[in-house]
Design a protein around this ligand. Sequence first.
Ligand SMILES: C[S@@+](CC[C@H](N)C(=O)[O-])C[C@H]1O[C@@H](n2cnc3c(N)ncnc32)[C@H](O)[C@@H]1O
Length: 213
Amino acid sequence: MSEHPVVSWSEAGATHSARWRSERGASPPRRVVIADERMNTEAAYRHACEGVALLWRGDFQNARHLLQALACARENIARLGLAGQVEVAQADLFPEGRAKLIVCNPPWIPARPSSPLEHAICEPDSRMLRGFIGGLAAHLEPGGESWLVLSDIAEHLGLRSRADLLAAFDAAGLRVAGRTSVRPHHPRVADAADPLHAARAAEVTSLWRLVVR
Ligand SMILES: C[S@@+](CC[C@H](N)C(=O)[O-])C[C@H]1O[C@@H](n2cnc3c(N)ncnc32)[C@H](O)[C@@H]1O
């Protein structure tokens, strides 16, 4: 093999090639296909299993999410012996169809993430939270319910109000059927030197049971 193997792919009717360099010394892929956010997890996983590389043309962070979500979710499911019962699907908010129970644990701080890890907890404008609440009625089966798991620390930080949340439920035609709450007890809650101490000490995480009115 030459020092710089070459990979080739077709894109928009033309053949392209580039030199291949892998930090871990991996061989060049046999085939390269173009991918972006429209490629679902199943297709991405199938390609990966077949040794086909994805040349990502979408948003960089979304590519990271796809890879992390795929690997992490599938590993967890396999470890728990649930591969026959759980299907992993990549979706922006809701997958196709309706369900009797929809559970969501969206990022809980309406702010711009400053690292890939922070995408789990921060999102500008509460995009997932608002999209989830707004889309629930169209994705629940009649008589179904949703469990929304959400920390209220954004309220204690003045980034969102309880009234906003309740108004969003109301505007989406939802009723709160119940709520179960817990207080965190990790060590930082008791650390008075933490700049977020007041908010952390007051934080409650709730499972909101939501039904269509
Ligand atoms: C608080 S974390 C959930 C963590 C999860 N409960 C767990 O234990 O792994 C929020 C997750 O929502 C994902 N997310 C954000 N926006 C999304 C969207 N529009 N559609 C689907 N997932 C989204 C984030 O990538 C993040 O993994």
